[in-house]
Write a protein that binds this ligand. Structure first.
Ligand SMILES: Cc1cc2nc3c(=O)[nH]c(=O)nc-3n(C[C@H](O)[C@H](O)[C@H](O)COP(=O)(O)O)c2cc1C
Length: 154
């Protein structure tokens, strides 16, 4: 949903948007990377993508399990910025909640509190809330974030 909205907004503004196929490298100076969060950073396919190229300017849009206004969002933003910035320039990172699997919720409740996957009551509420995202508000936020960063894409 978010990637589609970003593409539609760019096309409406006259950008020549090229969709990368699975496994294709980045071939343009500027690229948008849409990821899901894995181990607090880019998912493996997108991590390999940014590690396999250099000198690009990259704007990233991601879904994750946390709340976008939380300290954890700050940590993910920092780690994604660092991963992209190793060989490329990170132009910005947008985060929205995305659906977290409900499969392991019961097992995660039983993990010791110090385990990063442990779910307390607040964690369960967060996972349940994630099922309702991304929603239209997230899409609107993503488009607003894109608009704020358009000046960097030229
Ligand atoms: C193997 C795996 C690892 C994940 N690791 C994290 C993580 O470290 N932090 C996090 O916030 N979400 C994590 N997630 C949740 C995903 O980021 C979330 O399900 C995804 O953003 C949903 O995206 P979608 O709405 O595009 O399907 C993980 C999900 C999976 C399947």
């Amino acid at each position: 949903m978010i990637a589609d909205a970003v593409r539609a907004e760019l096309e409406a503004r006259g950008f020549d948007v090229r969709l990368r196929g699975r496994g294709e490298q980045i071939e343009t100076d500027v690229a948008i990377v849409c990821f899901w969060c894995f181990k607090s950073t880019l998912d493996p396919i997108n991590l390999r993508l940014v590690q396999g190229t250099a000198g690009r300017r990259i704007l990233a849009f991601g879904t994750f399990g946390g709340y976008p206004d939380s300290p954890y969002a700050g940590r993910v933003t920092r780690l994604v910025t660092e991963a992209i910035g190793e060989r490329n320039t990170c132009l910005g990172v947008f985060l929205s909640q995305g659906k977290v699997s409900l499969e392991n919720v019961e097992a995660r409740k039983r993990l010791p509190p110090e385990d990063p996957h442990h779910l307390d009551e607040a964690g369960i509420a967060r996972v349940m809330e994630s099922q309702r995202h991304p929603n239209q508000r997230d899409v609107d936020r993503a488009v607003a974030f894109l608009r704020d960063h358009l000046g960097l894409l030229g």
